[in-house]
Design a protein around this ligand. Structure first.
Ligand code: PGA
Length: 260
């Protein structure tokens, strides 16, 4: 079974390079002895070349553009990210969808670009509102099938799907974390979708991870190893506190070892 994957999504934080280096360094030192987990930090683009990925902490990007080069002011391409040592690229985060109007087609192009560059896409999907419970499965199915549309299945081996219910993201007013039970149900549903879309051989290699108000207290509860539920976490706010983030990773690492 693949190791749980924990990604720190710093969003637009911290506001200085020195603080970013400090934060990354503290996370790295805190995780020197963590076993059985994979960890990546997704800082803002300008900090990527300042942070040295290692065996314990890899680099992720928060977004990418689909063309490799050319007249696209302000964008950053997948080969550029690869050149800086990035391993994972988050695509279709709900903040990209909502604030920047990113749609299914753009997300699909980004997934293709990331795969072409040999990086691992972390495709973020999730429903907007808590009360729309009956439409949630449809919404997730649409987001996922559109993101992967027309992509030859072997290329998707090792890809990651991040389930983030938008209403659970900590910066949203009135947010609260999903329950571990519900998250597990969603993971099983998403896994079913993946099995329908892709041949078994590829589907088995895809990890589904959870994001939304994850902290040191609840993090490990979302990971279920006995059945293939959530196999990792996408952590926003709590990843800016190195002690808390390290504790999240350690608790997942302990839980993963117990159930192996
Ligand atoms: P949160 O953010 O952990 O602060 O809720 C998660 C995310 O938006 O990726």
């Amino acid at each position: 079974m693949a190791k749980p994957l924990i990604i720190a999504n710093w969003k637009v934080n911290p506001v200085s390079a020195a603080a970013a280096r400090g934060l990354f360094g503290r996370i790295g030192r805190g995780l020197a002895r963590a076993r059985g987990v994979e960890v990546a930090v997704a800082p803002p683009f300008p900090y990527l070349p300042l942070l040295r990925p290692g065996r314990k902490v890899k680099l992720a990007a928060q977004d990418v553009f689909w063309e490799e080069r050319g007249a696209y002011t302000g964008e950053v391409s997948a080969p550029m990210l690869r050149d800086l040592g990035v391993s994972y690229v988050i695509i279709g985060h709900s903040e990209r969808r909502r604030i920047f109007g990113e749609g299914d087609e753009a997300i699909n192009r980004k997934v293709r670009a990331v795969l072409k560059a040999g990086l691992v896409p972390v495709v973020a999907i999730g429903e907007e509102a808590l009360e729309s419970n009956e439409v949630v499965p449809q919404e997730l199915a649409r987001q996922l099938s559109q993101a992967l549309l027309g992509i030859a299945s072997p290329k998707l081996a090792g890809a990651v799907v991040a389930y983030e219910p938008v209403w659970a993201i900590s910066t949203r007013p009135g947010s609260r974390p999903d329950t571990p039970d519900n998250a597990t149900r969603r993971a099983l549903y998403i896994r079913k979708l993946i099995m329908k879309m892709l041949p078994r051989r590829t589907a088995d290699t895809i990890r589904v991870i959870y994001g939304g108000s994850v902290n040191a207290k609840n993090g490990a509860q979302f990971i279920s190893r006995d059945i293939r539920g959530m196999e990792g976490l996408l952590v926003g706010g709590a990843s800016l506190n190195p002690k808390e983030f390290v504790e999240i990773v350690r608790s997942v690492s302990r839980a993963a070892r117990r159930t192996r």
